[in-house]
Design a protein around this ligand. Structure first.
Ligand code: GLN
Length: 548
């Protein structure tokens, strides 16, 4: 079967959940035995989101090959259980960068270089590249932004051309729109959808299927109206109603027949029904938790939950296998002080100190680590969170009072976290960190080895600073366990504490590898330990009662 391409565009407004719809459709198709991948096209001019502020862009998702990409790739990986790569995320910046490089090299043989055909050709070749690997039956291509945006035009034009290049029978266009409910009129309104479809028509792309995001169900008369005014069959009007959990969306799309419409239009041969047994079990566990616990996420971007989206999802996965719902408490790190830490964190069953860059909130994070260490509260430090744990241990256990990371104090007497020597002279900020997948060998008799159940693992990275090996021996002598080390460069990847129920700091980003079908072992272990702590705290008052 020739690779099929499904182009997904969005209209009316952003934030309609295009990424989740793509991931859900991908899930349904792969559950029918098809090999599926998803590509995100981002119309902004940054070469990648790596240089963008988390408030601006949310989390930067890193792939095994070290690409800094859009957070939608995280949804694709988590839903489909696949690994993506640099090929799965293309930005306008990257397209122009490559076209300009080629122009400088004389690759265009003296021609005038233009948006059409040179930019559109470059976009097309990026889309086809995935299909040409021969690995996929279906490539879903999601375009960021909203139809009608100036910067999106070359992408729509590339898709329009591709429908001819690879044939209409091998391509499909899905358009996601909004059908707002006007409370005062008690009516769903189809006009924004009509306008959006008209706009995409004007630039040459005819949607085959409309996915209509709405707060309330769409009845038949609304569906007919949309179908009639937008030139699609009524079965091709798919309702996407607000869901409690994003993991319900594939099931809702199945109910609406999105996958069967796609399959019949593209004439795909596959299983009659998707096999969603595991998925259903997972959704059931998410929706019907037997227990609930409170975990605190201490970070500096907490007003913007998208900045930690993979951590949030990983906790949901780990909660589900433990039969528990995690009520996440967002703790602003720059508000935590040694004086108020007990009040802020005392009621929590687990403390997670988040990744981040820059000095704001560091002392708050260090106070949170100290609290977790001293009070035996399960602790999980990720990247900067691990670095804060090392600083805290150096200061308060090893007596190196002014210990710090050179990221925050370049002059510190005890630079327990320091920039790697090969990073010192790098001035460029884009794509220059330690990025992507690296091996880590686990030490015997550690919580990490018990969790992973294998001695050599690999995890994804995104950081510039490392535990400084000059201080390793002192820290180890005082009781810090170097539970995981990168064998090639002898860099510490995981730290633990012995006499503590769960104290784990990781230099890498485990949240980037947790999948619905394969929750991440460290998250699972941390949640297990937090559940035990919650259990113990519940029994404490009982104990004192029975003693009375
Ligand atoms: N700022 C730290 C570093 O660059 C940690 C980065 C992170 O948490 N991702 O090493």
């Amino acid at each position: 079967m020739a690779t099929k391409y499904i182009f997904v565009t969005g209209g009316v407004t952003s934030s309609l959940g295009k990424g989740i719809i793509c991931a859900s459709l991908g899930k349904l198709l792969s559950a029918r035995g098809l090999k599926v991948t998803i590509q995100k096209l981002d119309p902004y001019i940054n070469v990648d989101p790596g240089t963008m502020n988390p408030y601006e862009h949310g989390e930067v998702y890193v792939t095994d090959d070290g690409a800094e990409t859009d957070l939608d790739l995280g949804h694709y990986e988590r839903f489909l259980g696949i690994n993506t790569s640099q090929q799965n995320n293309v930005t306008t910046g990257r397209i122009y960068y490559d076209v300009i490089m080629k122009e400088r090299q004389g690759a265009y043989l003296g021609k005038t270089v233009q948006v059409i055909p040179h930019i559109t050709d470059e976009i097309k070749s990026r889309i086809l590249e995935l299909g040409e690997t021969g690995e996929y039956d279906v490539v879903i291509v999601e375009t960021g932004g909203t139809v009608g945006d100036i910067e999106g035009l070359p992408y729509i034009e590339a898709m329009r051309q591709l429908r001819y290049d690879v044939g209409k029978k091998n391509t499909l266009s899905i358009h996601l729109t909004l059908v707002p409910y006007l409370r005062a009129a008690r009516e769903l309104k189809t006009k924004p959808t009509q306008h959006s479809v008209k706009t995409i028509y004007e630039i040459g792309l005819q949607p085959d299927i409309l996915v209509c995001r709405a707060e309330v169900p769409l009845d038949m008369s609304i569906r007919r109206k949309i179908a009639q005014f937008c030139n699609v069959d009524v079965e091709d009007v798919i309702a996407s109603i607000d869901a409690e959990s994003i993991y319900e969306v594939p099931l809702m799309m199945l109910e609406e027949g999105l996958d069967s419409q796609v399959i019949s239009k593209l004439d795909i041969k596959c299983k009659d029904k998707p096999d969603l047994e595991n998925w259903n079990e997972f959704v059931n566990a998410v929706k019907n938790p037997k227990k609930r616990i409170k975990i605190g996420l201490v970070g500096k971007y907490v007003e913007h939950h998208d900045a930690y989206i993979s951590i949030v999802e990983s906790l949901i996965h780990a909660g589900a296998v433990n039969g528990c719902k995690i009520n996440l408490e967002w703790v602003q790190s720059d508000e935590v002080t040694p004086e108020n830490v007990d009040k802020k964190l005392g009621h929590l069953s687990g403390i997670l100190v988040a990744p981040g860059f820059g000095g704001r909130g560091i002392e708050g994070k260090i106070s949170a680590v100290k609290y977790a260490r001293e009070n035996k509260v399960p602790f999980f430090g990720i990247c900067l969170g691990m670095q804060c744990a090392v600083v805290e241990f150096a200061r308060n256990v090893c007596g190196m009072n002014e210990a710090n990371s050179t990221e925050f104090n370049a002059e510190t007497k005890f630079p327990v976290i320091d920039v790697m020597p090969d990073q010192k002279d790098i001035l460029e900020t884009g794509g220059t960190m330690r990025l992507g997948s690296y091996d880590c060998a686990l030490k015997k008799d550690t919580n990490s080895l018990r969790a992973y159940k294998q001695e050599l693992i690999n995890e994804r990275h995104r950081h510039r600073y490392e535990l400084n090996n000059e201080f390793r021996e002192t820290l180890e002598k005082a009781g810090l366990v170097m539970a995981g080390v990168n064998p090639d460069r002898d860099l510490v990847e995981i730290i633990e504490l012995k006499d503590h129920p769960w104290f784990t700091g990781v230099q890498f980003h485990p949240e980037l590898k947790s999948k619905v079908v394969e929750p991440h072992p460290i998250f699972v272990g941390f949640v297990e330990a937090s559940l035990k702590k919650a259990e113990a705290s519940r029994q404490e008052p009982e104990k004192s009662n029975s003693a009375n």
